[in-house]
Write a protein that binds this ligand. Structure first.
Ligand code: PLP
Length: 402
């Protein structure tokens, strides 16, 4: 295997993100295949026993076992690192495997974490339920206010953990301010960038240390596989994360890595079109619902900040109806084109009621504190004609009494 024929990393590093998404990290076998090869193999063979020994000792380059290395998985890792502008990347079996590994690999008993309060439901479970079992305390703050991170930091604070825009309230975190506070104090900032992806937002350009992904979302983009990724410096990925993942095994399958490689080829196109569609749908909904949380609309309180750190607002936003769960469910049930589904980042338009699905595992008082009311609905806008989506919403809103 060699990296893209005739191209070394000093050249490929300079490609822009849209080019990286198509070509970054490509390694061709001796057959010169155009499309990335899928290496469905759990193990590797050696010519001589001495080669096996040398590889295990790290003295010879080469693969030993697919929990540790796989050519298809390595292509994806290289591509995501290049897209992100990161030194290194490791992929995981899911976004939650990535978030769990990114936190646990660097935390230990007695450490403290400051986390954004509006986090993906399972990420809140990590901070509220899992970390305390290991003696790691978390202070949850309103991440829209960077000063709250500074105020909550203690001498034993090791990590700032947040997502922007956040799921599903679409809070925007000032990356430069929060990552700057972390840097000043030697705290590691871990940013969950699933909503924007490196195609729209590259947190490392604003000082983030570790950027983690659910690649299940926009990176696959067609609702097929689960995948996750963690990016950072070579020192963090190789010396801190890798010992944890090599030995605990949240490894991404080669097949899923291959699907995500194919998904990345169209990431830039999809996310830009879906962002445009989401703006068109958002502008329509704004005239019909009492509240909308869409960072691409001037009505969003952090619109200017969102536009300063993102290339476009992305395909996902949320809105609220006054009639609580009953009206929210009635609206969902009246949809004819948009599917009721809790997935996001898909090329299909999908809508969900977070309080009864994605955030049902979060205690009700915490949901309220996170801004997830019973009338909140989250919409992922896909690649359909936005006029068809608007017509579907129009009839569903009428049916739900809006
Ligand atoms: C979906 C999601 C996750 C979890 O990813 P999985 O691939 O479903 O495990 C984490 N964070 C955010 C922001 C997400 O949207």
């Amino acid at each position: 295997m060699k990296r893209t024929t005739g191209q070394d990393r000093t050249i490929t590093r300079n490609w822009r993100p849209a080019t990286q998404a198509v070509r970054g990290g490509t390694a061709r076998s001796e057959f010169g295949e155009t499309s990335e090869a899928l290496f469905l193999t759990s193990g590797y063979c050696y010519d001589k026993a001495g080669d096996a020994a040398a590889r295990f000792a790290g003295e010879q380059q080469g693969m030993t076992y697919s929990r540790l290395q796989n050519p298809t998985v390595e292509m994806l890792e290289e591509r995501i690192a290049l897209l992100e502008g990161a030194e290194a990347c490791r992929t995981m079996a899911s976004g939650m495997a990535a978030m769990t590994a990114a936190l646990l690999c660097q935390l230990q008993q007695g450490d403290h974490v400051v986390a954004g309060r509006a986090l993906f439901g399972s990420c809140r479970w990590l901070t509220d339920t899992l970390l305390p079992k290991f003696g790691i305390e978390t202070t949850v703050v309103d991440a829209r206010d960077a000063q709250q991170f500074a105020d909550a930091a203690r001498p034993n604070t090791k990590v700032f953990f947040f997502e922007t825009p956040s799921n599903p309230t679409m809070d925007v975190v000032d990356l430069k301010a929060v990552c700057g506070i972390a840097r000043e104090r030697g705290i590691v900032s871990v940013v969950d960038n699933a909503f924007a992806t490196p195609a729209l937002q590259r947190p490392m350009e604003f000082g983030a240390d570790v950027v983690a992904y659910s690649a299940t979302k926009m990176m696959d983009g067609q609702g097929r596989v689960l995948a996750g990724a963690v990016t950072g410096t070579s020192a963090f990925i190789n010396d801190v994360l890798l010992p944890f993942t090599r030995n605990t095994g949240p490894t991404l399958s080669a097949f899923n890595a291959w699907v995500v490689l194919k998904g990345l080829e169209t990431l830039d196109l999809r996310i830009r079109r879906q962002s445009e569609n989401a703006l068109a749908v958002g502008r329509f909904l704004e005239t019909r619902v009492p509240r909308i949380n869409h960072p691409g609309l001037p009505s969003h309180p952090q619109h200017a900040l969102a536009m300063a750190q993102m290339d476009a607002a992305g395909p996902i936003f949320s809105f609220e109806v006054d009639g609580g769960r009953t009206q929210a469910h009635a609206l969902l049930d009246a949809l004819a084109l948009i599917d009721i589904s809790n997935n996001i980042g898909d090329s299909r338009s999908l809508m969900t009621h977070p309080a009864s699905t994605t955030h049902a595992s979060v205690a009700e008082d915490k949901r309220v504190e996170m801004g997830i009311g019973e009338g909140l609905l989250r919409l992922n806008v896909g690649l359909e004609d936005p006029q068809d989506l608007i017509e579907d919403l129009d009839q569903a809103l009428t049916a739900a009494g809006l």
